[in-house]
Design a protein around this ligand. Structure first.
Ligand code: NDP
Length: 346
């Protein structure tokens, strides 16, 4: 039976007098730091001296170099991009760790694949929000909160799990903290992202199919996602249930989904999923991604360029323009981990 922890299970006394160093003030870093401070914890920030650290200072935090924040902190929340964290850890963090520090990751990746190997004299915990960075703050402010996966990698103090629960609730995971592990979080997270990638490609394929059949790009895009009706369906998967939500659709739609939908759930797809999962579990995907970064992101840039030059992009822009929603258009092209970080791959 899955084990969930809630606010009542948290012993905040374990972290109340501790200095929590938030290392990295990006998507997760800023939101988690603000939530923890608003909940009454002592938070400092470790970051390079740049726009992110300026933002942290503007938000009223004491900002230090990552090495300094490691020395000053008791609990270290490592909120750096996963592909950058190993290099920063070995350069600034490892040698500055003290006995009884708590090292907390928001993703299992670097521990699972041994890109980071902390010393034995600390607690190693996982607090991984199932929520994007900005929404970690927004849901906290709305008092909704979110769910996190938690786990322990090393339990030096004998209290690592209790500390993970307290940190999870401190950052706002008041909808529940599910007991998981570094390895499980890594597998689920990567698998989920990669399957979502399959949805992107199949949606594009569906668009091409409709255009080839003479349908207008605008009507096709509205049907496939731009009306936000499908997003509403996805919300209902979570709120009502994958199949139960079908009751909200017409009978014709239900019949079409039940019969045509199952065409993709065949042994071929099952094999595809198994292959994707194997590459994650064996570490093949992680090794490939590491090599890709070392060799200048050739495949990454080629695929991104190819997909961003697909006619679907222009059609989206003209539809948003026609609907008076140009402001939704992204001001910059997506890059690995965001524009700024792309300059310094690990
Ligand atoms: P971001 O990409 O937003 O992290 C940016 C931070 O990393 C900034 O503070 C940036 O500071 C710092 N950084 C980048 N490059 C370097 C470098 N070379 N040296 C030092 N600092 C650097 O990361 P996220 O917040 O998205 O992710 C943080 C963690 O949270 C990851 O483990 C991720 O897997 C996990 N996570 C993320 C979720 C999400 O939705 N984003 C959801 C759940 C978990 P600067 O550039 O100023 O140095």
């Amino acid at each position: 039976m899955a084990k969930f922890y809630f606010e009542n299970d948290a012993d905040f006394g374990l972290i109340l007098d501790k200095v929590i160093s938030v290392v990295g003030y990006g998507n997760q870093g800023r939101s988690q730091a603000l939530n923890l401070r608003d909940n009454g914890f002592k938070v400092i920030v470790g970051n390079l001296k740049d726009a992110y650290s300026d933002q942290a200072e503007k938000d009223g935090f004491n900002v230090y170099s990552i090495a300094e924040a490691t020395k000053k902190g008791d609990i270290l929340l490592i909120l750096l991009p996963d592909e950058i964290a190993p290099e920063v850890y070995s350069r600034e963090i490892h040698q500055n760790l003290k006995k009884r520090n708590v090292l907390c990751f928001a993703s299992g990746y670097n521990i699972t694949y041994d890109y980071i190997s902390p010393p034995g004299f600390i607690d190693l915990i996982l607090v991984a929000p199932r929520m994007g960075g900005p929404a970690v703050r927004e849901t906290y402010l709305r008092k909704d909160g979110f769910v996190s996966l938690i786990g322990t990698g090393q339990d030096f103090s004998g209290k690592a799990l209790n500390i993970a629960v307290a940190v999870a609730m401190g950052i706002g995971s008041v909808q529940g903290a599910l007991l998981s592990s570094f390895e499980e979080e890594t597998i689920i997270d990567l698998f989920g992202e990669q399957i979502e990638g399959m949805s992107l490609y199949t949606t594009q394929l569906a668009f091409e199919t409709l255009i080839e059949a003479g349908c207008s790009p605008e009507a096709s895009l509205l049907e496939l996602y731009m009306s936000e009706e499908p997003s509403e369906d996805w919300r209902n998967f979570a709120r009502i249930g994958l199949w139960k939500q079908l009751r909200g659709h017409s009978r014709t739609s239900q019949y079409g989904q039940l019969t045509r939908g199952q065409l993709s759930a065949d042994t071929q797809t099952r094999k595809l999923f198994a292959g994707i999962l194997d590459d994650i579990k064996s570490g093949k995907f992680a090794r490939e991604w590491m090599l890709e970064q070392k060799s200048g992101l050739t495949v990454f840039k080629r695929l991104m360029k190819r997909n961003l030059s697909h006619p679907i992009n222009k059609s989206e822009e003209s539809l948003l323009g026609a609907l008076g929603k140009e402001k939704n258009l992204s001001p910059r092209e997506p890059t690995p981990g965001g524009g700024k970080k792309a300059k310094r791959p690990g």
